[in-house]
Write a protein that binds this ligand. Structure first.
Ligand code: EPU
Length: 788
């Protein structure tokens, strides 16, 4: 099977719908415009979920055809089309297209697609998306919007302005346009058809519009075109096929080049010589105001509610076109002022005094520069950008230009290439762009290969006042949406903790564990008072957010996927206080256990010296009933104050509490706030001696390297450290996780170890202990979080 036409120049010589359709099997006579607009048929669309194809489906349904479509995945758009009558199959099976008289296929569909193969074998006619569109358009006065950047916005603006001008235009634009209702619509009442022409594969030369609007011409789509000259040739051909006027942007060198010599050319721009000219341009944060003149005549003022200078150009093209079609300037200006952005064109996803999140489809260096210029102009403190390159061929061809496109961004995080329909090119990854940005002298670029992690990387950089921009034509916007959803919660948490407290998104927990291992916390929250802590507990309960409380992370092994929900780290304020009242010491859960020992020394209270050897905070030692030197926490506890699952505060005395070896079950569902400790009056020299003994024991028998303390509980039969030592497992390792040579019950992080490595090593030890000694080692260290 051969598509109706394989290349644009062939199409120009012999328009596809006027003659027989060539297939490798046989010729099928088909007058495509008549077939699509005057007759009723059964038509199948391959790749119907694509933004361009779904528009064709909508038009064909409105034209009265029986339409079926297939795609590898359904979308909201295919759901909407189903409600209009599309028969959708979520798989490309030939049977789905059995009864079809014509197959229309997306340019993303490969020639070995089963439906296309079956059509080829059956000699069934096929047409490319652009051919179908061009044919439908022939039924009306076509208005084609062409150019490398701004097509969707400008074609949507045109459709809106003509609609408000009472012309009942039909339209086809390449994205969902909320203000237009749908991305495509057939209005039998009107004469005009406004369409966005896609130049990426040369099919733009299939169109024979009445009017053409050329926004800009630049080197792009070098997977298809040899060079700029080849692109210009296609545009020149489009112009010869345009029967009416050609509107062109005089400020774009290449567009001006092709438009200048035309007698039916109408120019627009900022240049003195433009037929339609913008003057006195005032850019605002999310829009602009400018005056418009036609030759020497002042038309009036236009207000735009879409940002950036490039949109002034786009609107000016629309003003020129609509004016020439007879719409009065006042009407044009009124509808332009109501124009809202197409989805993914500087779309504001989140806006608060602290943060602004914007998504944009920009994927060519020129678009990226323009969008970043707009973002910078808005005047937030910093611009953080996440970028997903689109197509290997473009990434490779324009790598140097990409390197220079991010000057207006403070930070750029680049992920891997969105392939579209391309096979990978070896060596072409997001890293290539990062290298180019760095080579250009920008110091803020980094690479994150895994797309699903991008929102976390950028989210963790966030500071109040930042603007975050997601850029790319693939699926990067989903990452910005994920960030926006989390920011909504983060901002509520911020309100609860107030100025004093701290909230961070996706905080790496490896920074907060003594083992230096652990993925991120979705929400890291530091309250400074008991009331705030209580309010946080209630908030998490009401919002169904998982809650985890973490102290100094000395006895924790957090998995590499981090912790979902809210991680509360009570520290500072009330939580760090250590107060001596006679023979009692009251300490907040954020205080180090060591400090209790030293407070004891200061007050002449003995029996707390062992606490010197515990690296954790009071909260953790309560939770675990931590111990050392033969003593354990609850031997010294008098009272515990805690918050219950509703945030209510309670104080319980020691004899009311159930406590076990390395376990205090009350804190499984409740949250300690403070504890009162007691010891026995003792001479300071004796306390000092015991403190030194503890220090000596720790320094001589335990490693100084990064660890989580003892990994296993001591089994009854033998201390775990001794057992592991006897099993000869010291220094055994998995990656950077290693059993300490100093003490067998410690696993140390030799630098950059992962939780996965730690867990594997733990498993190895347990398996060996069981196999060789029949002992089931139980972990003392708390293991939490999601797998990486
Ligand atoms: N031993 C070996 N080889 C080793 C390690 C230890 O033969 O590699 C022997 C020691 O010589 C000693 C016995 O095993 O005879 C017990 O060792 P240690 O005195 O170091 O005490 P432990 O039971 O291993 C406990 C706590 C530690 C605390 C120390 C010091 C547990 C699970 N561990 O260790 O607590 O610091 O006593 O008092 O109860 C922790 O909980 O995270 C922790 C480190």
């Amino acid at each position: 099977m051969k598509p109706v036409s394989e290349n644009p120049s062939a199409a120009a010589q012999s328009p596809p719908w006027t003659g027989p359709v060539a297939t490798s099997e046989r010729a099928v006579p088909l007058d495509l415009p008549g077939f699509l607009t005057r007759e009723r048929h059964r038509i199948h669309l391959v790749g119907v979920a694509g933004s361009g194809m779904s528009g064709i489906a909508a038009l064909l349904i409105e034209l009265g055809h029986t339409v079926s479509g297939s795609d590898k995945v359904g979308t909201l758009e295919t759901d909407r089309l189903r409600r209009l009558g599309l028969r959708f199959s979520e798989q490309h099976r030939p049977e789905a297209a059995d009864g079809a008289d014509l197959i229309v296929f997306s340019s993303a569909i490969k020639s070995d697609n089963p439906i296309l193969v079956s059509a080829r074998n059956g000699g069934k006619p096929t047409a490319r998306r652009a051919e179908a569109l061009a044919a439908i358009m022939r039924h009306k006065h076509g208005v084609l919007i062409a150019g490398m950047h701004g097509k969707t916005t400008t074609s949507a603006m045109t459709a809106l302005v003509l609609r408000e001008g009472g012309l009942h235009p039909s339209h086809y634009v390449g994205a969902e346009i909320p203000i237009l209702g749908t991305n495509a619509h057939w209005d039998s009442r009107g004469e005009y058809f406004v369409a966005e022409g896609d130049e990426s594969d040369g099919t733009i030369a299939l169109f024979r519009p009445e009017h053409t609007l050329i926004l800009n011409i630049e080197e792009e789509h070098l997977d298809f075109y040899a060079d700029l000259a080849a692109i210009e040739k296609v545009f020149a051909q489009l112009i010869t096929q345009t029967t009416g006027k050609v509107f062109y942007n005089i400020d774009d060198k290449n567009a001006a080049q092709v438009g200048r010599s035309l007698t039916r050319g109408i120019s627009y721009g900022f240049n003195d010589n433009a037929d339609y000219r913008a003057l006195d341009i005032r850019l605002r944060n999310f829009g602009s105001t400018f005056r418009v003149s036609h030759r020497a005549k002042e038309l009036g003022e236009a207000v735009l509610n879409v940002p950036g200078q490039h949109n002034v150009h786009n609107a000016l093209g629309v003003i020129a076109l609509a004016s020439e079609l007879g719409v009065g300037f006042e009407k044009i200006a009124r509808s332009l002022a109501t124009f809202e952005h197409a989805r993914r064109r500087f779309e504001i996803k989140y806006d608060s005094p602290r943060f602004l999140l914007v998504d944009d489809y920009g994927h060519h260096p020129t678009e990226i520069r323009a969008t970043l210029g707009t973002a910078r102009f808005i005047g937030r403190k910093r611009v953080l950008t996440m970028f997903q390159p689109h197509r290997y061929s473009r990434t490779k061809a324009l790598r140097t230009e990409f390197g220079r496109a991010f000057d207006d961004a403070d930070r750029v995080v680049v992920t891997d290439v969105y392939p579209s329909n391309e096979a990978p090119i070896p060596g072409v990854t997001g890293q290539m762009i990062v290298d180019e940005i760095a080579a250009h002298g920008h110091r803020g670029a980094s690479y994150e290969a895994r797309l699903e992690r991008l929102h976390r990387v950028v989210g963790n950089m966030l500071e109040s006042g930042d603007l975050v921009l997601s850029l790319g034509a693939g699926n990067i916007h989903e990452q910005l949406s994920a960030l926006a959803a989390d920011l909504v919660i983060a901002e509520k948490l911020k309100q609860i903790v107030g100025e004093d407290g701290e909230i961070r998104l996706y905080e790496p927990l490896s920074k907060h564990t003594t083992l230096r291992v652990g993925g991120p916390a979705q929400f890291w929250v530091e309250p400074r008072s008991e009331n705030t802590f209580a309010e946080l507990i209630r908030f998490c309960r009401d919002e169904h957010l998982p809650l985890f409380v973490m102290g100094r992370g000395s006895n924790l092994l957090i998995r590499d996927g981090g912790i979902r929900g809210v991680v509360i780290h009570p520290c500072g304020g009330d939580f760090d206080k250590v107060e001596i009242n006679g023979a009692e010491i009251t300490a907040g859960v954020g205080a180090k256990l060591k400090e209790v020992a030293y407070a004891g020394k200061a007050a002449g209270i003995g029996g707390l010296e062992w606490m010197e050897g515990i690296p954790g905070a009071v909260g953790g030692s309560l939770r675990m009933n931590a111990g050392a030197m033969g003593a354990q926490t609850f031997e010294n506890v008098v009272r515990v104050r805690y918050l219950d699952a509703s945030g209510e505060a309670h104080t319980k005395k020691r004899d009311e509490l159930e406590v076990y070896y390395r376990n205090f079950p009350l804190l499984e569902k409740n949250f300690a706030v403070s504890a009162v400790f007691c010891g026995k009056p003792a001479p300071v020299e004796e306390i000092v001696r015991k403190l030194e003994a503890s220090q000596h024991k720790r320094r001589t028998s335990q490693p100084a390297a990064k660890s989580a303390g003892c990994i296993f509980k001591n089994p009854d039969s033998c201390p775990a450290g001794k057992l592991i030592d006897e099993l000869g497992l010291k220094n055994s390792r998995v990656g950077k996780a290693r059993v300490s040579e100093v003490h067998g019950n410690f696993i140390v992080n030799d630098g950059g170890a992962t939780a996965t490595e730690m867990l594997e090593l733990i498993q190895n030890i347990r398996a060996t202990a069981f196999a060789r000694r029949g002992i089931e080692l139980e972990t003392e260290v708390q293991i939490v979080g999601e797998p990486g």
